[in-house]
Design a protein around this ligand. Sequence first.
Ligand code: NAD
Length: 335
Amino acid sequence: AEGMPVTAQTRHAELAELIDDANWRYYVLDAPTVSDSQYDAWMREIQALEEEHPELRTPDSPTQRVGAPVSTEFTEVEHLQRMESLDNAFQRNQLEAWLARAEKLAEGDPGPYLCELKIDGLAVALVYEHGRLVRAATRGNGRTGEDVTPNVRTIRDVPHRLTGDGVPDLLEVRGEVFLPVEGFKRLNEQLLAAGKPLFANPRNSAAGSLRQKDPRVTAQRELHLIAHGFGVWQGGGPAPETQSQVYERLRELGLPVSDLYQVVDGLDGILGYIEHYRAHRHEPAYEIDGVVVKVDRLSVQRELGSTSRAPRWAIAYKYPPEEVNTKLLDIQVGV
Ligand code: NAD
């Protein structure tokens, strides 16, 4: 564009290409070749360039998109509701800025916040029609995902039928599929013994295990699921009014929900939760890479809405990366 330094434009194009390539390897091949911190640094750099030169922020920029195109190995499924990513905060001041914006955008008091762990897995959408699981799909590019229904049916945590009173006519529930840390280690030991390439981290091992053409392979992996949201909730009594009510109701329906979330008031409460899990990061059986903070009231969530790729009513506070991932990644890249 006119008036823009050539260097900014060139660097933007370079970064977009690096990020697109990393997305492909990460989301489609389940085999990243750069660390998450390197990837996040590229994202921050391209975001900063776009802040300075908004004309570079085209709809096809990596900053405006979710995930990656779906792999041709799976049937495409259109989501009933768009699946989004999360904006990140790496520092306290970024969290404060998010909170200030939420409080400004909400008409009146946004109310309490729900804090929960950011499980390092991959998101899926499960569709239940009159209580029966009819479809499961990966997030894909947010609008279209990959049909992994037979694979998800092999996950023991996932009910094929919902239970209790108040089964919705139509429910699209979102959750994280993950491999616990021990299961991830066991899998990599098996792969090593078989002379096969290892997975870089639990997240990639979960994605690689779920996205198998043969669901019998998926069935042998120790996958779990924890629900963390919904896209559609129709019928089955009064709709939930808060994120925490959503979790209570999902639990009553027989869906797996975390016990580790907490509803808190304001910045101090949020920071208390973040500091607690910074010190107890390895207590859960699964890997976490941070904390997700959500506005608890669904009416306020709807009021705040979303940007092109992430809700304004939630933010992921990310802990600094740990050494072990980088080491494993180096081993993998070395083979
Ligand atoms: P993200 O993982 O930062 O956040 C969004 C996701 O968080 C959701 O889709 C959901 O799956 C998950 N999540 C976990 N717990 C949750 C909870 N309690 N509530 C709601 N959501 C929860 O974003 P992303 O768009 O999936 O991926 C971007 C990140 O992936 C990057 O920051 C980077 O770390 C990594 N990445 C790495 C590479 C690489 O080459 N190393 C490439 C692409 C992406």
